[in-house]
Design a protein around this ligand. Structure first.
Ligand code: ADP
Length: 194
């Protein structure tokens, strides 16, 4: 409860001058930013699918802010350039409150540290994802004990969905509109010149 009384603020029984109140306010804003529970969701996102968006939605129930981060040092041969992948993410995930889109190069845990993120989000679809993800999570923990990896399972209908399968369907002329946002479906048909 805050009431202003002649230049003073009465906060739960305490008297504070306006100056004191403003200083406290300016101090509390950065404090709030520092205390935000922030997670990094890294990946190739080549391109972003409804499965990725499902994972982001779940992560937002646990964190104040999710940074979707596209790896720049990905050894995988990508269909979409880094800029195209970032733009598709900006048009989709980037429109959701408390989601930021970024790119990173080098060690993921290092990136997490510079962003003040205490967690890395990964999606688990099937047992086949598990071995690789488990290895990565343990290695990241060895590199930086302060960053936890959290695995989230998507809606059942997205458990068989991957960027790779979507690209394959699109390449063969199939309809991908149930698996990706509309702008991604358009970008895929442009890529395959349909
Ligand atoms: P990466 O090259 O890091 O695997 P991806 O873009 O393929 O990049 O995936 C990023 C993350 O999203 C990974 O944790 C992956 O398991 C997860 N993911 C991808 N597709 C789905 C999906 N359909 N459902 C749940 N998680 C998914």
């Amino acid at each position: 409860m805050t009431n202003e009384v002649g230049g003073f603020f009465v906060i739960q029984g305490f008297l504070l001058s306006r100056h004191c109140f403003q200083s406290a306010f300016h101090f509390l804003i950065p404090l709030r930013i520092l205390q935000m529970r922030r997670a990094i969701y890294p990946g190739s996102f080549d391109p972003v699918t409804n499965g990725h968006l499902d994972v982001i939605g779940r992560a937002l129930k646990l964190f104040d802010e999710v940074i979707v981060a596209v790896a720049r040092n990905d050894e995988k041969q990508a269909l979409f350039s880094l800029e195209e992948r970032l733009n598709l993410l900006r048009e989709t995930a980037g429109k959701i409150d408390n989601v930021r889109i970024a790119e990173f190069k080098g060690l993921l845990v290092e990136f997490a540290r510079t962003k003040g993120a205490g967690a890395v989000i990964r999606g688990l679809r099937a047992i086949s994802d598990f071995e690789f993800e488990f290895q990565m999570a343990l290695m990241n923990r060895k590199l930086e004990a302060g960053v936890e990896t959290i695995f989230l399972m998507p809606k059942e209908e997205y458990t068989y969905l991957s960027s790779r399968i979507v690209k394959e369907i699109a390449r063969l002329g199939g309809d991908v509109s149930n698996f990706v946002p509309a702008c991604v479906a358009k970008a895929l048909s442009r890529k395959f010149d349909r």
